[in-house]
Design a binder for this molecule. Sequence first.
Ligand SMILES: Cc1cc2nc3c(=O)[nH]c(=O)nc-3n(C[C@H](O)[C@H](O)[C@H](O)COP(=O)(O)OP(=O)(O)OC[C@H]3O[C@@H](n4cnc5c(N)ncnc54)[C@H](O)[C@@H]3O)c2cc1C
Length: 498
Amino acid sequence: MSDKAVPPRVVVLGGGSAGWITACLIHKEWGHRGGSVTLVESPEIGIIGVGEGSTPQLKALLDHLGIDEAAFMTACDATYKLGIRFTGWSERPGFESYFHPFPGPVDLHTEPDFVANCALARRGFEVPALPDDWFLAARLADGRKSPIPGPDFPFGPSYGYHFDAYKLGAFLRDWAVPRGVVHKAAKVAEVALDGAGDVAALMCEGDERIEGDVFVDCSGFAAVIAQRALGGRFIPFEENLFNDRAVVMPTPHSAPYRPQTDAVAMSAGWRWSIPLTTRVGNGYVYSSKHISDEAAEAELRAACGSSADARFLKMRVGRMEHSWHRNCLAAGLSQGFIEPLEATALHIVISTALEFVRAFERGGSTGEHRDRFNAGAAARYDGIRDYIVAHYRMSQRTDTPYWTANRTNPNLSDELKGMINAWFTQADIAVANAESYTEPPYSPMSWHALFAGYGTFPDPDKMRALPNGAIGADAEAIARMLDACVRNFPALPTPDPH
Ligand SMILES: Cc1cc2nc3c(=O)[nH]c(=O)nc-3n(C[C@H](O)[C@H](O)[C@H](O)COP(=O)(O)OP(=O)(O)OC[C@H]3O[C@@H](n4cnc5c(N)ncnc54)[C@H](O)[C@@H]3O)c2cc1C
């Protein structure tokens, strides 16, 4: 689309996080050039209202839109997130819990040593290889520190947030509407197609007709346009990932908190614990083939001590074959969903919206750009799926049928098989990652953290000391350096529940 071309009239269906993020991003790109964005949502249907963790992409979104971080954090009861602590996924002594950090500039100094020690441990040498020991974010989270350093230390790690999912959409709405996004509260009863089969308009109850050039389906699992009207094909991931339900319940705020999501293994899944400023969000993501709703609720209640009402959710796990079909882009839960272990859903929404704008700018709805966009979106989902499957595959738990089924699940993509094979054959993980994935969604550091975090090394009785004269990385020097770095970060304020 040249500078002079008129941007399309965009209609977004859905006012959950995905709808408002997409509306904000598209309006920012095209609003000042005459493009219009109209968002339609049904207050009667409401939003899913879970999803309280982000990657650093949410911080990047705020920066991109020019939104004040403090205003967002106050409005959404948000806390910082420096990474995820996985607990109980491995029974190997010394690896019962590990921290997966978001990266930062200090890691450039420590990651090579971590990778070197992993290489030794993969060959059976007894050297420190737990990710926690090598990354600043792990130390900061453990010490309950803010990710934002003092002015003399410009090397803070990247970070995401925990936030109230109900409040995020409302916050973005209040940002977008004064800037020109048109907001309509209406229930879409029908999608009108034109003679060519493209979407012409959304027909609302009460007979309002909303026309547009491009329609973004952010209607959640209902996928009103992308699937129901246009018949787009959904590719399920149920053979790769077994979890299809979640039960959630809050607990009162427990201060002080750590700026991390806790992902704790359960008998038929895992539970999250997410600190907000006003409460702690808890959820158990489980496989309905392996545990009943009642038993899952009881297990979560016992683990987190909540007496609040439980809320159950069904998850449709997989992705659309084509995220962009005809003149409709699917974003958010209508586009696809991978269980929330890595909290990647909003990350994908942001990437989808930005990539769509770029592809559309290049060639409108012409096939070549749309196909390339779709291939990229599919690869992103599949790559994230693989990484999450790897968590289960490497988990080292065999104490329930659920964990055994995951450990022995034969449904691995060729790309994931390539990564696992590379790890066990002592091949270079960075090379394997680049060869397996065109645009790798996870870095070599993340793969190392996952494999090493679960203690994916030769059996403990086969591990041996380094031969005389050989040295591993100097873990003590790294520890001293990281401790010195930590002193530049202030303690987190104790939240004040209101
Ligand atoms: C258990 C669980 C945990 C999750 N955890 C995370 C996490 O930690 N991090 C993360 O990033 N994501 C997470 N997610 C995903 C996250 O919840 C969603 O990606 C996010 O909320 C966006 O949802 P959405 O906007 O696509 O859909 P929804 O919130 O369901 O919104 C759909 C919108 O469409 C509207 N709508 C539907 N039909 C019609 C109609 N006919 N007419 C008019 N309007 C209509 C609704 O009113 C609503 O406004 C999690 C999801 C689940 C299920």
